[in-house]
Write a protein that binds this ligand. Structure first.
Ligand code: ATP
Ligand code: MG
Length: 693
């Protein structure tokens, strides 16, 4: 913590491995002033180069790998242990020999014990941050360190021997005022670019007024078309409405027509029904007439008959006659039997007579028959015979009478049967008439129904026909409506086409207007740009450049003044008999007895003194200009006394004490210098390798 207060930055120690004359070494750096002392080539400068390498890495043109890596070694290490801004930092960088040459390998940084492996570039960035160096040095050669902390032995003389132009350029860089020159150059470039750009832009806006006029014209056309479209839209809408109502009307009428069509077929149907009914009726009437006639005829034929009585009478009479006939037949049979018996008796009597006449003995009594007896007998038999013959005769006439009676009865029965048949026929006919009469009644009823029906149909038909009367009108109306519809459709189509055309025109116009507006907006913007750019250019060419020049002049003159004063002071301390100053080109002007001496005419010691004074003045001016730099407290001087007389070396002590740097690293082989410092490190080289004591 104490460190933080005393030092912005302090180098603690340096570890080297395979760097130039070092195989491996570690050097502790005291916190105050130290002298690195040793013979030529003993390894002093190597320490300073290694510190620079550890901090910033290899730098193109001023610090190469080849100048650092020890011959014969494939890798080298430089590790710097230091304090900065109160932090303990250790940086380690490595070198590596490759086929392409010696390059930086990965390094590391440890800040307050926090270790990080980083690339060479990342390391440099970290260091610049830690040292509060401008970030622009990341890509550039780190001249700031070179002229404020450590200037290699030959570097300072080189700057003094450069042409004034180059020197002032270098100084501008170191002072950080080269930016003014760059600003001026860049603003000149910018001014040119601006002029070019303005010219280009101007060519883009020459037609702006013309475009405006076109736009106005297009806009008025657009308004016209919009009006036309509005009219067309209204018309179209009204046509559409008419079309719609026409459609509705047409539909209604067609529906009506359809109803009438249905009515017409209904009428047809009714008419057919009516004529069918009439036909039926007439047919029935005809039938009726026929039937009446038939009935009349039938009635005439059976007028006398009392049908009910007739039937019983006939039955009784028939029964009677049949019975009578039966009785007669039975009587006849009895008569026939009697006849048969009488005939047989007669035969037998005749036979008996014959026999008696011839017989000697009575057949009956078996006695001899006498003539009287015979005669008696014969007479008796003959009387019997006569009796019997009378009886037969009587019977025979009785039979004849019976037969005749039978014949009569038969005939009467036959007659009766015929009459009965006739009566039955009559009855049937009567039945028939009755049926016909009921049929007639039925027909009459039907005729009546048909007449009613006919009447009904006729009434209905009359109604239907009355309704149908409108038909003609509707057909006419539909025709008219259809014509009207067609006309409206045509009108609509025409209007739609016209509107579509107008819409197309409007769209085209709109697009054109849109494009024009965009173009105009762009052109207006360009115009604005031109104004701004012109203002900028005006400002750049006049105010800005003048200001920059003024700033530069002020800064430079301040720097120049301080620088000159310091240079005069340091040089005056080292070389007492000469006067000195710095001219406007930062060239040291040395005067001796009123004569200006060129630097190259100075003695070696004077030249060293001038270089040292220049170097110290530079250090001081920069540090006072950039107070934030952490390296302000560190000064490294390599052989500042080359060519000095012992008196001059003695003066160096005053210069150094006046500088009052907190950590001073001096390199010198002048033993007197040992007294100026608090610590001395001795270097010697044995067989190409540095040893430290
Ligand atoms: N790549 C290298 N490998 C080995 N040795 C080298 C390499 N480069 C230089 N040397 C030697 O290392 C030695 C130390 O050099 P250095 O510049 O440190 O000497 P010095 O002590 O500063 O000498 P002087 O007082 O002359 O300036 C010199 O002998 C030099 O020739
Ligand atoms: Mg050296």
């Amino acid at each position: 913590m104490e460190m933080q207060e005393k030092f912005k930055m302090k180098i603690n120690k340096l570890y080297l491995k395979n760097i130039r004359s070092y195989k491996e070494a570690e050097i502790e750096m005291p916190s105050s002033s130290v002298l690195l002392c040793g013979d030529i080539g003993s390894g002093k400068t190597t320490i300073l180069l290694a510190i620079e390498f550890a901090l910033f890495g290899l730098q193109k043109g001023i610090l190469s790998g080849a100048s650092l890596l020890r011959h014969g070694s494939s890798t080298g290490i430089a590790r710097l242990d230091f304090e900065v801004g109160g932090k303990h930092v250790v940086i380690e960088r490595t070198l590596k020999r490759t086929a392409k040459g010696i390059v930086q390998d990965k390094g590391s940084i440890t800040i307050q014990g926090k270790h990080e492996s980083l690339s060479a570039e990342e390391l440099k960035q970290r260091v610049l941050e830690l040292l509060a160096y401008p970030a622009e040095f990341l890509k550039k050669t780190n001249m700031l360190y070179r002229y404020t902390v450590y200037t290699p032995q030959e570097e300072m003389r080189a700057i003094l021997q450069e042409s004034p132009e180059e020197r002032i350029d270098t100084l501008r860089k170191i002072f950080g005022v080269d930016k003014y020159k760059r600003i001026k150059e860049n603003s000149a470039i910018l001014s040119r670019v601006l002029r070019e750009s303005i010219k280009n832009k101007q060519s883009l806006v020459t037609d702006i007024e013309e475009k405006k006029a076109t736009l106005a014209q297009k806009e008025s056309s657009k308004a016209d078309i919009a009006k036309k479209i509005s009219i067309a839209t209204t018309k179209l809408a009204s046509v559409k409405t008419s079309l719609e109502s026409c459609k509705i009307e047409l539909k209604k009428s067609e529906e009506q027509a359809e109803k009438l069509r249905v009515l017409s077929s209904e009428i047809e149907r009714k008419r057919a029904e009516l004529s069918a009914t009439k036909e039926h009726k007439e047919e029935l009437q005809q039938n009726r007439l026929e039937l009446v006639e038939i009935i009349e005829k039938a009635k005439k034929t059976i007028k006398t008959i009392k049908p009910d009585l007739l039937k019983k009478e006939f039955e009784q009479k028939l029964e009677q006659k049949k019975f009578e006939l039966e009785n007669l037949r039975k009587a006849l049979l009895i008569i026939d039997k009697k006849l048969g018996g009488l005939e047989q008796e007669l035969e037998e009597k005749k036979e008996l007579i014959k026999k008696i006449s011839t017989f000697e003995k009575c057949p009956l009594c078996r006695q001899a028959v006498t003539k009287v007896h015979r005669k008696e007998l014969l007479a008796e038999i003959k009387t019997e015979l006569k009796e019997k013959s009378n009886m037969l005769e009587q019977e025979r006439s009785k039979r004849d009478r019976t037969e005749k009676a039978i014949e009569l009865a038969k005939k009467a029965l036959e007659k009766l049967q015929v009459e009965q048949l006739e009566a039955e026929k009559m009855e049937l006919q009567l039945q028939n008439i009755k049926e016909k009469e009921s049929e007639l009644k039925r027909i009459d009823a039907m005729i009546l129904r048909y007449i009613e029906k006919e009447d009904d149909i006729a009434k209905e038909l009359e109604k239907l026909v009355l309704h149908y009367k409108d038909n003609e009108k509707i057909t006419e109306k539909i025709k008219k409506l259809k014509e009207e519809f067609e006309l409206l459709m045509q009108e609509e189509r025409k209007l739609a086409v016209a509107k579509a055309q107008l819409d197309g025109e409007a769209k085209l116009l709109e697009e054109t207007i849109c494009t024009l507006r965009k173009e105009l907006a762009t052109k207006e913007a360009i115009k604005k740009d031109i104004m701004q750019l012109s203002e900028l250019r005006e400002w750049l060419d006049n105010a800005f450049l003048a200001t920059i020049e003024a700033i530069e002049k002020t800064v430079l003159s301040k720097l120049h003044h301080d620088f000159s004063e310091l240079f005069r002071k340091w040089f005056g301390m080292l070389v007492t008999d000469m006067d000195s100053r710095i001219d406007e080109n930062f060239t040291p002007i040395i005067e001796s007895q009123g004569y200006e001496l060129d630097y190259s005419y100075l003695s070696g010691g004077e030249r060293t003194a001038a270089a040292l004074a220049y170097r110290l003045a530079l250090n001081h001016v920069i540090n006072s200009l950039m107070t934030k730099l952490k390296t302000n407290d560190l000064l490294i001087l390599d052989e500042p006394t080359d060519g000095f007389s012992s008196a001059q070396i003695e003066k160096l002590r005053d210069v150094l004490s006046e500088l009052a740097v907190k950590q001073l690293i001096l390199v010198s082989h002048e033993t007197e210098v040992e007294d100026f410092v608090e610590h001395v490190i001795h270097f010697r080289k044995e067989q190409g390798t540095t040893k430290i004591s």
